[in-house]
Structures are given as C-alpha cells and as structure tokens.
Design a protein around this ligand. Structure first.
Ligand SMILES: *Cc1c(COP(=O)(O)O)cnc(C)c1O
Length: 369
C-alpha cells in the first residue's frame, strides 16, 4: 500500500495520499471534507463550490453531501470552461472549483493553468476529478498544473476493467497544505512500515481497514508490470483508440464538440431521429452484435449522447468490429427502423421496460431445453 501510494504520487505530481476511499464518488466526498476542514482551520467561511455543466453527476452530489452549495459554470462552444463565467462567479465565498480534466467530452481544458490561477487568486482551492487519468499517464501531471487535490479511479485506469463491477478504489492525492486533513491512519515508512493514527486534524476514517486491498494489488501489479514507459504507452493507446473510433464514425454520427479527443469521444445520435431512432435504440442494437453498449445520455450537455471510451486494451480487430456495427446500425435506421425499435432480439430477454426492470429485478436465466 505504501509503495502504491508513492507510485500514484509520482504519476500525478502530489505530496501526500490516502488510499482509503472505496470509489471515485467516495474520493470526491473525502476531498470535499478535507477542503471544508482546511477553511475551518483557517477561520474562513466559504460556502460555494463551482462545477462545470459537463461534470459527472457524482460531483454535485459529493459537494452537497459535504455541506457546500453547488454552482454550475457553463461550457463554451468548444466544450471547455467559460473563463468569463468562472471569473464572474469567483470571490471570497468560493471554497473550491471541481474540474474533470480531460472533461467528460474527452476534451483537455487547455487553459487549466489559468483556471487554477483564477481560483487561487481568490484564495479558493482546485479539485481534480481524475477518474480519467488513463488519458495522460506519463505525459501530464495535474499536480504540476496547479491542482490542490485530486482523486483517481483505480477501477478505471489501473487494470480493473471500466464497468467491471466493484469493489473500487478512489485514492485522493493532495498538496502538502492539505496533508494534515487526510483520513487516518496514514501509511508511513521509515525503518519499518507503520500506521500513523496521531493526526489531530484528520477528517477521520472513511472506510474500514485502509481501503479495498484487492484493488490495490491489481493496481500495484499493473504499475510494476508496465513501468514508466509502459504507463505512457497505455495512455497513448487509449487516446489513439478513441481517435480511431472518432475517425471511423465521423460523418455517420454527429460530433457536437470538435476539439481534440483524448481517451474518449462523444457522438450524438440526433441525426437518426428523423427515422424515429434514438440513442437508446442504437445501444440496444449493439447488443445484437454481442457488443457492450457505450454510456448513453451522458454528458448531459449533448443531446442523444453516446460516450465511447475504448480504453487502451481493445485490439484493432475489436475496434473495427465496433465501427462496422455502428455503421450498419446507422444504415438500418434508414432501411428497417422497427428492427432497431425491437432490439435486442438475440439476447435471453428482449427490450425491457427499464423502469419496471430495475424495480422488479429478476436476474435468473432459465435455459430453455
Ligand atoms: C466514474 C466517474 C466518477 C465516479 O466514480 P465511481 O467510482 O463510479 O464513484 C466520477 N467522475 C468521472 C469523470 C467518472 O468517470
């Protein structure tokens, strides 16, 4: 655990770390509790936390749970934070800005240093939702860009497949000025390894033991096996794969934000609405190809959104299969839309009433003889 923490600090550019949080959202909450404690300790009353409108839904939830008021900052036409709006909203009552970078559109906030400067000039902190670390390992360190703290999702970037189910790991790395507030115990190493409970300003414990140990073993192994060059290579592959899909599907589906894509690309299925086809139909249609559908209807600022994130592990063949299926589905929307309205047809159960299915859960599958 100590070694994993050291590696993660080096990869992200921070001074101290906790591995305790059990997921990304839990990391956000832990971070926000530390931000609250930091200002309490300084005797400053700051009640507001700013979030861009492209943010993951967990961001406003964690901020609210930590006792702050959430305020939305709009994105500009390029899908990046609107600097004017940010400057207008920033003053001595703002505790923090929570940013995802690259954001949920897969676009890197190119003015991130300026954004951090604006917040710091008002005495506010900047939190990075680092769930998307797989976009820049070995290329960019958020700690060098001016962030004060961040969480990372070990269950997205470091070997556990995205969407592979729990448990997760959401370590939070911080700059030295936030170190006193880390959850306890903190793992230390001098002549031996030990757990440091003597931390009067700590926010306390946020999970049993020191977090989900099995996730740490996988992340540690992944980092050890790849090494510095391998981690950089993984990020470059993740970005290349997303851009390969972008190039393959541009013109077939709409691309609402045209900035450079990093690890993910967001298309819109709105051009198929003229045939009565919605993004949900496209996602269901993919199941008939034996493919896992991408995240749909998120981010919220894109109508009929499809957020496609192939990660570094997909082969050229599987990327080509996906592109081919997506092209065939777009064709089918024109020629046989009802086939898509009824999809999936090849799965054990067909199109479900989603609300009913989640309330009357039935996960049994009886094989017909
Ligand atoms: C996945 C994700 C989260 C939340 O992480 P969980 O582990 O699911 O709680 C937060 N922000 C972004 C950008 C994410 O992709």
């Amino acid at each position: 655990m100590y070694e994993l923490g050291e590696y993660l600090k080096e990869i992200t550019g921070f001074d101290a770390i906790t591995l305790q949080p059990g997921a990304g959202a839990h990391g956000e909450l832990t971070g926000m509790m530390m931000v609250r404690k930091y200002f309490e300790k300084k005797g400053e009353k700051r009640t507001r936390v700013l979030v861009p409108d492209s943010a993951h839904g967990t961001n406003p939830a964690s901020i609210t749970l930590a006792g702050f008021k959430v305020e939305k900052i709009n994105s500009d036409e390029k899908g990046q934070i609107d600097l004017k709006g940010l400057e207008n909203a920033s003053n001595q009552t703002v505790a923090c800005l929570m940013v995802t970078n690259p954001n949920t559109l897969g676009i890197f906030e190119s003015r991130i240093r300026r954004i951090c400067e604006i917040m710091h000039s008002k005495g506010a902190l900047v939190y990075l939702d680092g769930a998307n670390l797989n976009a820049y390992m070995g290329i960019h360190r958020p700690g060098d860009a001016g962030f004060d703290l961040m969480h990372m999702n070990l269950h997205k970037t470091f070997s556990t497949p995205h969407g592979g189910g729990g448990p997760g790991g959401g370590p939070v790395a911080v700059k030295s000025w936030l170190e006193p507030f880390l959850p306890k115990p903190v793992i230390r190493h001098s002549s031996h390894y030990w757990l440091d409970y003597d931390r009067p300003d700590s926010i306390g414990k946020v999970l049993a033991f020191s977090g989900h140990f099995g996730v740490f073993v996988k992340a540690w192994t992944y980092i050890r096996m790849l090494g510095p060059e391998g981690l950089r290579d993984a990020s470059e592959c993740a970005v290349l794969n997303a851009n390969y899909i972008r190039a393959g599907l541009e013109g077939i589906y709409e691309l609402p934000y045209k900035g450079h894509s990093l690890h993910e690309v967001v298309f819109s299925g709105s051009n198929l609405r003229q045939y009565g086809i919605r993004t949900l139909d496209i996602a269901k249609g993919l199941l008939d190809y034996g493919l896992h559908a991408p995240t749909v209807y998120f981010p919220l600022i894109v109508s009929e959104a499809m957020l496609i994130e192939p990660t570094e592990t997909e082969s050229l063949e599987s990327l080509d299969d996906f592109i081919k299926a997506m092209k065939e589905i777009a064709e089918q929307a024109k020629t046989n839309p009802d086939r898509l309205h009824n999809a999936p047809l090849k799965t054990p159960v067909q199109r479900l009433d989603e609300a009913l299915a989640s309330r009357k859960l039935d996960v049994n599958y009886e094989e017909s003889v």
